[in-house]
Write a protein that binds this ligand. Sequence first.
Ligand code: KG4
Ligand code: ZN
Length: 347
Amino acid sequence: MPTVLAIETSCDETAVAIVNNRQVYSSIITSQIAVHQQYGGVVPEVASRQHLEIVNIAIAQAMAESGLEWGQIDGIAATCAPGLVGALLVGLTAAKTLAVVHQKPFLGVHHLEGHIYATYLSEPSLTPPFLSLLVSGGHTSLIYVKECGIYETLGQTRDDAAGEAFDKVARLLKLDYPGGPVIDKLAQTGNPQAFPLPEGKISLPGGGYHPYDCSFSGLKTAVLRLVQQLEKEPGEIPIADVAASFQETIARSLTKRAIACAHDHKLDTIAVGGGVAANSGLRKHLQAAAEKHHIRVLFPPLKFCTDNAAMIGSAASEHLALAHTSPLTLSVQSRLPLTQIMELYQH
Ligand code: KG4
Ligand code: ZN
């Protein structure tokens, strides 16, 4: 597999990695969380400026840590969609410049394809077809991975993404941003059965419910009402019990849909990706249900669940091996369906 230098700047992590799709030579992740925390979320303009300040340092560090020379790098890649336009532009422009200077092929990579490919870094035995459960701050979907670049969306959230729900509930519980890791930690000391919460179901016009689609905005509202109710009662709010009950509901909802989807499509492997793949409740639930149904479930190591550049390099390496490269005229896109990613390549 080709060795690729990859850059990820779609949101609030400036990341550079050198990988082929099975081996990580170096992975630098610089988080901007501390800068954005005071605003309770990511401020796009601040993110772009931070990327600009850090990206060259991160590139130099990734090269140094890899121990490789430029002559050993076969291609340069960067996330080009979806994400914050100004933030994406920093990484993409840096990658194009390196490609021109060092005369290497250039590849734009879809951020979500990167999350799918994170699993390959720790599971060399993984081969399509398999089901990908993508659960990040911006997306929640069930993707049928047919082969590199060929994806079908089988299920998705109709409103908030799973990570977004964690972040919003954390905010209403007055916890820090990003909310996922904080709720996860708090939930470990709480009772997940303390408060029954509604699992968002999507009604079908002919009756019944969509088997794979989900909704989290109703759950978020239910937590808000619960907190308002608890505030009227004497004593401290049992915040750990609220966190555990919320996490349990999300984990159950995602598990049920992923297992049904894999089962119905005769897929024996589920690869989970995105920041929420780090969630201990989801890991526990999905692992237990998968075992019962004889389905293999794979989670990337924690450091490759949240945004990183190694996953972008993993996807780029696979594309480059198939002679997929991008024109230098490629630009960034704030949105791009995963099903259209072959538009990024001339092949
Ligand atoms: O994949 P990611 O790093 O960025 C996007 O592409 O969106 O995901 C970030 C999201 C945030 O919403 C964060 O709260 C959530 O992943 N997250 C978690 C955990 N760690 C990060 N959610 C639940 N449990 C966690 N342990
Ligand atoms: Zn992401």
